[in-house]
Ligand binder design. Structure first.
Ligand code: NAG
Ligand code: NAG
Ligand code: NAG
Ligand code: NAG
Ligand code: NAG
Length: 235
């Protein structure tokens, strides 16, 4: 147990969430999913091999030379060791606080070395979006429409001006980064306004045809009610 006192000091239980910047390219994982921490060049006859959090120097799991492994109390139930991949481990049910750099460290008679690092970034799926009509002003051949693209904690208003069948967006594509690092964007594709919310693991969108709002653009005498399609998917 002396080994475990040195591998798992008490700071382990007072971890605070921090976003790490790192030169290691990030791997984005959806919250609740699992990730494989892969290593394939562990030296034969090592003395100790551990997976640890890079910044905190704290271990998740340690392997001895005889192939035995011990999982840190803080990660009990959260780590699987696949039978077919020696020394690679699966970290399960990822939460935002698991967004960290994980290092594979081995100790041999020649000293310590890092074999591989995984920069894991956990993201929740993005919230749904909704396009809402703020105002419409139309004449026989032109129509100006202002719509708001909104999601839980963010929104963008944008104006579209149409002359006959040709529409333009004031200021072009508009987008913003939300507080949860997702992108909210509203843009025009032909005569369809698309409101899109996305991050690296998911995307939701809502769209409206301007023709539904500006009835004269299609020569209809009566205006259709704005028709919105709500879709969401996970990449
Ligand atoms: C181990 O393999 C990784 C790639 O998987 C490589 O970047 C690293 O340099 C290797 N380390 C050693 C000590 O061989
Ligand atoms: C739409 O906006 C343009 C530019 O501001 C304006 O010239 C035009 O009169 C507007 N059209 C309507 C129907 O309100
Ligand atoms: C985004 O975060 C900032 C700083 O934490 C806060 O002041 C602001 O109200 C937040 N914006 C939204 C839309 O939640
Ligand atoms: C606006 O953004 C969309 C989606 O990223 C893209 O397909 C489209 O080409 C962009 N349009 C312009 C004018 O930049
Ligand atoms: C744009 O919409 C018009 C009217 O619906 C259609 O005739 C035309 O083919 C569309 N153009 C493109 C590039 O989708």
């Amino acid at each position: 147990t002396a080994l475990w006192f040195s591998l798992f000091p008490s700071e382990l239980f007072s971890l605070t969430f921090s976003t790490e910047d790192s030169s290691v390219p990030p791997v984005f994982v959806q919250k609740g999913k699992d990730v494989l921490l892969d290593v394939d060049n562990v030296t034969e006859g090592f003395n100790l091999f551990v997976w640890r959090l890079e910044k905190e120097s704290l271990s998740l799991v340690a392997f001895g030379r005889d192939g035995t492994s011990q999982i840190s109390p803080a990660y009990t139930g959260r780590i699987d060791i696949p039978d077919n991949k020696k020394y690679s481990v699966i970290l399960k049910n990822l939460q935002e606080t698991d967004s960290r750099v994980y290092s594979a460290r081995e100790t041999t008679d020649d000293g310590d070395s890092t074999l591989v690092q995984h920069n894991i970034i956990v993201q929740d799926v993005v919230s749904p979006v909704q396009l809402e009509l703020n105002s419409v002003s139309s004449s026989s051949h032109s129509c100006n429409v202002t719509l708001t693209c909104s999601t839980a904690d963010s929104h963008i208003s944008s104006t579209f001006r149409c002359i006959d069948q040709k529409c333009d967006q004031d200021g072009g594509n508009q987008s913003e980064i939300t507080n949860s690092s997702s992108t909210l964007q509203v843009y025009l594709s032909n005569v369809t306004v698309i409101c899109k919310h996305r991050n690296q693991v998911s995307s939701t969108e809502d769209r409206t045809d301007i023709q539904h709002v500006c009835s004269q653009l299609t020569g209809r005498s009566e205006r259709d009610s704005t028709k919105c399609e709500h879709t969401g998917w996970i990449l």
